[in-house]
Design a protein around this ligand. Structure first.
Ligand code: AMP
Ligand code: ZN
Length: 487
């Protein structure tokens, strides 16, 4: 079955059909690097990661682009408030570039730990000012702009169909429902393309432009960089649900005004929020949870990944430590189950690594198919996880089940092969291959059966054979463990 995604543009589930056969151009809004990512932000990037992995599994060459916002993002998405980067730099006594560099590294440290594949292209706003200026010139040439108070604004009234993504009504926007808006704006929904007579006397980063020395508004960077790397029309754009009414709405207006091509983006994918018991999590409000705070509390970053996949990306997800405990337990049971299968089924055999489905029983194939169809159905990770558990519970053919679990992990990204290897090493001593461990486990099982049948000669013979291979058995109250005596 084909991949179907809920498209915010039109509000319905649609079959994914790329612009170019076999390719998927995908832009996901990246972080504003003025602070650590909070665990809510990381939900957005896990969603992007699942989407990228599913597209890859369906055979698409995914061109995944992500921006790093290191200039121009004010605390209010509607150009109100302070510049997040400048505020953070002042508070920490550092330069804006130092802050950006530090938190960009911290961001990738977090995403790496959560096994989020790095996008093919990561682009910084400050390195694409020329692209932004070029795009703004095109918007201006089309008559969509005006200058006021030293800034260049986008006039949303000139853009037909403004707000379609968010189902906004022009009457409401004109009424100027927002408070505290910039007085230079003709309409409350208009937004800044370029600031010159800065509202921030301390703006650290400024560039020359046709409108004067200044710096870009926030939204223009995503239009400019996505067009630069993916072309004037592309397949998928993603971000958190909060971006629908302002940021993405404005990105569409700018991009389509500049190129005249509609639709700029064919599929809009938005993740719902992660919320705390107390409500919304926000970087600017402070007091938020980071991945490191979960690690410090004794969790593995992949526990958090598992927790996130337990919810559908379009449903709000409530964070709690109890729920994280439960995710950690599930992940541990998963590893235990894999160990049992490895012992019973000949380990992670060559077929598992090679990834060939030939000869896999129909029951295992059915599980795999159900797993993929869950993901094809608007990325249902909760159902996909249920299929993984179903597979492991059935344990139809242990070796095959193990193989299929590792296939599923190509999308889930839980590092199951590594977890299995690590568990076997803890159990069996470091450096053992799963094949060897499984062979030993099988001998241990035969020996236990011989002992149970009071055939002590056979049991001793098995122990003797293992000893010849350098394997020492130790019987304890929890069964037999083994270790290899290195020659
Ligand atoms: P920012 O760094 O603030 O630009 O946000 C990075 C990404 O995280 C954006 O796609 C936001 O929409 C998303 N986001 C922000 N808060 C949350 C949250 N609590 N839950 C899920 N996604 C969020
Ligand atoms: Zn963006």
């Amino acid at each position: 079955m084909a991949l179907r995604l809920f498209n915010t543009l039109g509000r319905r589930v649609e079959e994914f059909k790329p612009l170019r056969e076999g390719e998927a151009g995908f832009y996901g809004c990246g972080p504003t690097v003025y602070n650590y990512a909070h665990i809510g932000n990381l939900r957005a990037y896990v969603t992007h990661d699942i989407l990228t992995r599913v597209l890859r599994e369906r055979g698409y060459r995914v061109n995944h682009v992500m921006n790093i916002t290191d200039v121009g993002h004010l605390s209010g998405d509607d150009d109100s408030g302070e510049d997040k980067m400048i505020k953070s730099a002042a508070e920490r006594g550092k330069s804006v570039l130092e802050i950006a560099d530090f938190y960009t590294r911290a961001f990738f440290n977090d995403t790496d730990r959560m096994n989020i594949i790095r996008p093919a292209t990561v682009c910084k706003a400050t390195e694409h000012i020329a692209d932004m200026i070029d795009l703004i010139k095109r918007i201006e040439a089309g008559g969509y702009t005006y200058t006021a108070g030293g800034n260049l604004y986008f006039d949303i009234g000139r853009f037909e169909g403004y707000g379609g993504l968010a189902l906004l009504r022009m009457e409401d926007l004109k009424a100027g429902a927002r408070t505290g808006v910039d007085e230079n704006k003709r309409g409350a929904g208009d937004f800044v393309l370029w600031f010159t007579r800065s509202k921030f006397a301390n703006q650290a980063l400024v560039w020359d432009s046709p409108w004067g020395r200044g710096y870009p508004g926030w939204h223009i960077e995503c239009s400019a960089m996505s067009i630069r790397y993916l072309g004037e029309q592309f397949d998928i754009h993603a971000g958190g649900i909060d971006h629908v009414p302002v940021h993405h709405t404005n990105e569409i207006a700018q991009s389509e005004a500049a190129t005249g091509k509609r639709p700029w983006v064919r599929y809009w994918v938005h993740n719902e929020f992660l919320v705390l018991d107390k409500g919304k999590m926000s970087k600017s409000a402070g007091g938020f949870l980071t991945l490191q705070s979960l690690v410090d509390a004794g969790y593995d970053p992949l526990d958090y990944r598992y927790f996130l996949m337990g919810g559908h990306y379009r449903s709000q997800l409530q964070f709690s430590w109890e729920a994280l405990d439960s995710a950690r337990n599930s992940r541990r049971s998963l590893t235990d189950r894999l160990c049992t299968l490895a012992a019973a089924g000949g380990g992670v055999n060559a077929a598992a690594i090679a990834g060939s489905a030939n000869g896999v029983s129909s029951a295992v194939q059915a599980r795999l198919a159900a797993f993929h169809s869950a993901l094809d159905d608007d990325l249902s990770t909760p159902r996909a996880l249920a299929e993984l558990w179903g597979l492991l519970r059935d344990a139809i053919a242990p070796g095959e089940a193990l193989w299929a679990a590792l296939q599923m992990d190509r999308v889930l990204g839980l590092k199951l092969a590594e977890a299995l290897q690590a568990a076997l090493e803890t159990k069996n001593g470091p450096g053992e291959s799963p094949e060897f461990a499984a062979e030993v486990e099988e001998c241990i099982a035969r020996r236990a059966a011989a002992k149970a049948a009071k055939d002590f000669a056979a049991a001793d013979a098995i122990r003797g054979k293992l000893k010849e291979k350098g394997v020492i058995l130790e019987d304890g109250k929890n069964g037999t463990v083994w270790r290899r005596v290195k020659a």
